[in-house]
Design a protein around this ligand. Structure first.
Ligand SMILES: Cc1cc2nc3c(=O)[nH]c(=O)nc-3n(C[C@H](O)[C@H](O)[C@H](O)COP(=O)(O)O)c2cc1C
Length: 382
């Protein structure tokens, strides 16, 4: 009897999950980005005497020891349904054409229902040599996390932390105790490096520090300003979307500043949450991020009729802008861009100052000044 009930419950959970995935895709077509990443507070400093040719600019990066042809990562989105199967195949082929890393959506569906596995496995089949990132929720134990990795022969594993989304979701989790211990065990025992990932509410510096101490080898900051999953869940429930507190979280620029100041020297940092243009990408990299993750816009393109062309054009445009900015800043490589000066003003600067990260903000703005001249100016003043 209890076996029958368990089976019934599993089928009901699957049906609910399928509906949720479909509605998430629909919501992202319907709802605008949240806005307010704080990137408007960042100014890249031009190098008027620039001596870089557009053709010599390289966007190559190394990510967890693997070469990539772009700092743009297709961030975690979907899997588990027939529609997701087609979207994942399209995105994986796009990743392969352009040498991008790609994360799959939460693999819980495949872990609970083997019929759903194909919609994730297709990502590896379509891109046998590419860098692929597995994705599980914050409660996954070592066995589940390893199965998620093995299913797609993943190179890296993301563990997403989305308590705010769960609480807004009628059917979401309400119990969060004990998850950190699980994280620590997974980070220690799975066969690939683990990234701790936010999903749009933004991670703070001290939390990133704790994840690193618990074994994270990367942080995806998932800042506020792009896709907002608590608004998505409110939309699914027909709740009003003009409530101020749907803007819950740390805006992307502030989150990135906090996390970089705390742990950038030790682990790989992915900037994400509302990154939309080559100019945004340049700002995130100049702040010090190692790569950027983009989700919402790619989903909107991937469901459109002429997806392949649209995705290619989108990336070409983004890369063209990024290269232009790099030339104007005198940076031939992403590594050089990460050392160019950037000025931070307004609310983001105020935020970081209040949080005790002003030395980081000041160091960013003075990177192009020789140590001796800064020291000289200071001693003249005194
Ligand atoms: C349709 C959709 C589904 C998503 N599903 C997942 C998921 O399963 N796991 C996860 O870690 N993040 C998921 N995300 C969050 C993204 O990976 C990303 O963190 C977030 O959307 C912020 O980036 P963006 O502003 O570029 O969209 C999803 C995003 C979208 C748009």
């Amino acid at each position: 009897m209890s076996d029958v009930r368990n089976a019934e419950e599993r089928v009901a959970r699957q049906a609910l999950r399928e509906r949720r995935k479909k509605e998430h895709i629909e919501a992202v077509q319907t709802l605008p980005d949240q806005g307010g990443t704080g990137f408007e507070d960042l100014v890249l400093l031009p190098e008027s005497a620039c001596e870089v040719d557009v053709d010599e600019v390289s966007l190559n990066i190394e990510f967890f020891g693997r070469p990539l042809r772009s700092p743009v990562i297709i961030n975690a989105m979907t899997g588990g349904t027939a529609q997701a199967h087609g979207i994942n195949r399209r995105l994986a082929r796009f990743a392969q054409r352009h040498g991008l890393a790609m994360a799959v959506g939460s693999e819980t569906a495949a872990l609970e229902d083997s019929a759903a596995a194909a919609s994730y496995a297709v990502v590896r089949e379509s891109n046998p040599e590419g860098l692929i990132i597995a994705n599980v929720g914050m409660g996954a134990d070592v066995a589940r996390a390893q199965r998620a990795v093995d299913l797609i022969r993943a190179d890296v594993l993301q563990i997403h932390w989305n308590a705010a989304q769960e609480l807004f979701m009628a059917e979401g989790d309400r119990r969060f105790r004990g998850l950190l211990q699980r994280f620590r065990e997974v980070a220690r025992d799975v066969t690939v490096p683990v990234i701790a990932k936010e999903v749009g509410q933004g991670m703070t510096g001290p939390v990133a520090r704790r994840f690193v101490d618990w074994g994270a080898r990367g942080i995806d900051i998932g800042g506020m300003g792009g896709t907002n999953f608590i608004a998505v869940e409110a939309w699914r429930r027909g709740l009003p979307l003009d409530q101020e507190w749907l803007r819950w979280g740390v805006p992307t620029a502030a989150s990135l500043g906090e996390v970089l100041a705390e742990v950038a020297a030790e682990v790989t940092i992915v900037a994400s949450g509302g990154i939309r243009s080559g100019h945004d990408v340049a700002k995130a990299l100049a702040m010090g991020a190692h790569a950027v993750g983009i989700a919402g816009p790619l989903m909107r393109l991937a469901v459109a009729e002429d997806s392949d062309d649209a995705l290619d054009r989108w990336l070409e445009d983004l890369h063209a802008t990024l290269k232009m900015v790099m030339v104007l800043m005198g940076a031939r490589t992403v590594e050089e861009l990460r050392r160019r000066p950037l000025i931070m003003t307004g609310r983001t600067r105020e935020w970081l100052e209040l949080r005790g990260y002003l030395p980081f903000v000041e160091a960013l703005s003075r990177r192009d000044r020789a140590r001796a001249s800064v020291a000289g100016a200071l001693s003249e003043k005194s």
